[in-house]
Design a binder for this molecule. Structure first.
Ligand code: FPP
Length: 254
């Protein structure tokens, strides 16, 4: 298990994205109902955020509720809404103490009023915080996000504010729900599955992927530091050769 001291402080990923999977299986293994797993998941998020801030991670984006999660049984959806509202309210002072602002990636218009109000209250209370950002992906799906971005860009073209040939990667990036964030260098998925589940598809083009078997409620500071240490051992080439990355001065045109 890695510790904070083992990490190279000069190579901490600025942005870590997490697919928090395994809450249901964690609960089942203990004879508990699934909502107990999600509740334990809120506690895990508390620990992981604290560890991420200590390490100097600037953005932590967590997949809390996908556009597909509305299809879960109503009792589970209701339990998740209650937990999200409770968790965000409970963490409000803690976010401020750690100088962390809260952001939402996704569409919270479908969130029940009580949960949306708690979320907006917390965003407002922590809006002055400048240390790190906790981004909660809620009612989020990449295809939904990209479809929205295309509609917005098409509208700008229709209004004559943009020519089709002026549409660049930057135009797309600026119309995503993560427009004000850098792309994640590291994407972690807990719970043993190795898939992306419609999460940040554009943004993870060059992210390092880290999959682990640990169920989310058991994922803590040590596991986060394991993932970061693993990331620090990788060579990020962005399409270049290993030699170009290792000795950039010998490749002036690259
Ligand atoms: C996936 O596990 C987890 C979720 C769909 C919900 C994650 C939500 C939280 C941890 C709560 C976050 C709260 C705040 C305050 C942001 P799963 O249910 O799919 O697990 P399984 O694959 O084992 O069934």
């Amino acid at each position: 298990m890695a510790t904070l001291e083992q990490l190279d402080k000069n190579r901490i990923p600025q942005h870590v994205a997490i697919i928090m999977d395994g809450n249901g299986r964690w609960a089942k293994a203990r004879g508990l109902d699934r909502s107990a797993g999600h509740k334990a998941g809120v506690e895990a998020l508390h620990k992981v955020l604290e560890a991420a801030v200590k390490a100097g991670v600037k953005y932590l984006t967590v997949y809390t509720f996908s556009t597909e999660n509305w299809n879960r049984p109503k009792e589970e959806v209701d339990a998740l809404m209650n937990l999200i509202a409770w968790g965000i309210d409970k963490e409000k002072e803690e976010l401020i103490r750690q100088n962390v602002r809260l952001a939402i990636v996704g569409d919270i218009s479908r969130m029940p009023d009580f949960a949306r109000n708690k979320t907006l209250e917390c965003m407002k209370a922590a809006s002055h915080c400048t240390g790190s950002t906790l981004a909660i992906a809620f009612n989020y799906g990449s295809r939904f996000e990209l479809t929205n971005a295309m509609q917005r860009i098409a509208q700008q073209v229709k209004e004559g504010k943009l020519q089709p040939e002026e549409i660049s990667e930057q135009t797309v990036q600026e119309n995503l729900m993560t427009a004000d964030m850098p792309d994640p260098e590291l994407l972690i998925r807990t719970g043993g599955e190795q898939r992306i589940s419609n999460y940040l598809l554009w943004q993870i083009a060059y992210s390092e992927l880290y999959f682990c078997d640990t169920y989310w409620p058991d994922f803590g500071a040590d596991e986060l530091y394991d993932a970061i240490l693993d990331y620090q051992g990788r060579e990020r080439r962005f399409g270049k050769t290993s030699e170009q990355v290792k000795t950039p001065s010998q490749y002036p045109l690259s």
